[in-house]
Design a protein around this ligand. Structure first.
Ligand SMILES: [Mg+2]
Length: 301
């Protein structure tokens, strides 16, 4: 049904809203101040916030402003609850702050439940759109658009922190032959099986996705060339040993890998440098006979 955070300085209101919502199948969490609500949101996911406007200390407007300013809470719908009946300026202020809806005290059970339900549905639909926009349809891995965006983000993070960032490109060897011999549906099954290998083959914090066709990319934050080499070599073996007999008897695939590394000693390195260096290294791996790993090497001026 959905998880609702109820924020109100009045204990009776908290209890009443909790009862209304739980009687109608929602899960609830309670906060009796803005500060409490914000700390709760640091640790927990919720689908909707029902937020009292008039609270001592941090009022509902301030809570809303903070919720909407944080990347991880920005998309949680906020329903304001106010005692100021039909105060147009008041309502407008809240909506401009990013609130999605308004309720006036005293709040009727039916109306609370109906408005919360609408917001839960809205949140679920938005989450789904967001998920689809970053996901590769076939494999369920991140898609190219997401990888490109994350590469920029990870690169600025690495630049700020003075950490290395490795970019790993992987391309299945002679994949066209599989498609031609077994047909595209079998080729798709192979790509899905490879995605499974990739999903379990990385550290937490690494980002892996499908770059296009039979090409995959991984971003390894705080990993230098030696670390990336180890990851790539482990994947190369895992791909080579992958059992694909469910797709076709004796089917085996291999992959080639290219590595490029951002080093803080070369802060001017940008995303397109990394991509083209990794592409170049991948090309060298293909030239070297495939099923192997190559890293772009730097010629320092
Ligand atoms: Mg109040």
């Amino acid at each position: 049904m959905g998880r609702v955070l109820i924020v109100d300085d009045n204990e009776d209101n908290l209890m009443l809203f909790q009862e209304y919502l739980e009687d109608n199948g929602f899960e609830t969490a309670l906060a009796s101040s803005g500060q409490q609500a914000l700390s709760y949101l640091e640790e927990h996911d919720v689908d909707v916030i029902v937020l009292d406007v008039q609270m001592p200390g941090m009022d509902g407007f301030e809570v809303c402003r903070k919720v909407k300013a944080q990347e991880n809470t920005r998309d949680i719908p906020v329903i304001f609850v106010t005692a100021k009946f039909q105060d147009v300026d008041h309502v407008a202020t809240g909506l401009y702050l990013g609130a999605n809806d308004y309720l006036y005290k005293p709040v009727a059970e039916k109306e609370l439940v109906a408005r919360v339900s609408v917001m839960v549905r809205l949140k679920a639909a938005e989450d789904e759109v967001k998920r689809i926009s970053v996901t590769d349809d076939l494999t369920g891995l991140f898609n190219r658009r997401f990888l490109r965006k994350r590469l920029d983000e990870e690169l600025s993070r690495a630049r700020r922190a003075g950490f290395p960032l490795s970019l790993l490109m992987m391309d299945l060897d002679r994949f066209k032959i599989i498609n031609d011999a077994l047909g595209h549906p079998a080729g798709d099954e192979v790509l899905k099986a490879i995605a499974g290998v990739l999903q379990s083959g990385f550290r937490q914090g690494d980002v892996v996705g499908r770059w296009g066709g039979e090409e995959f990319m991984a971003l390894l934050p705080n990993s230098d060339a030696a670390g990336a080499q180890i990851s790539a070599e482990r994947l190369r073996k895992a791909v080579e040993e992958l059992d694909l007999s469910a797709i076709a008897p004796n089917l085996q695939v291999t992959a080639s890998f290219g590595i490029a590394v951002f080093q803080s000693s070369n802060p001017e390195t940008d995303a397109s440098d990394l991509i083209s260096w990794a592409d170049g290294a991948l090309y060298a791996a293909k030239e070297a006979g495939r099923n192997t790993v190559r890293a772009h090497s730097y010629i320092k001026p």
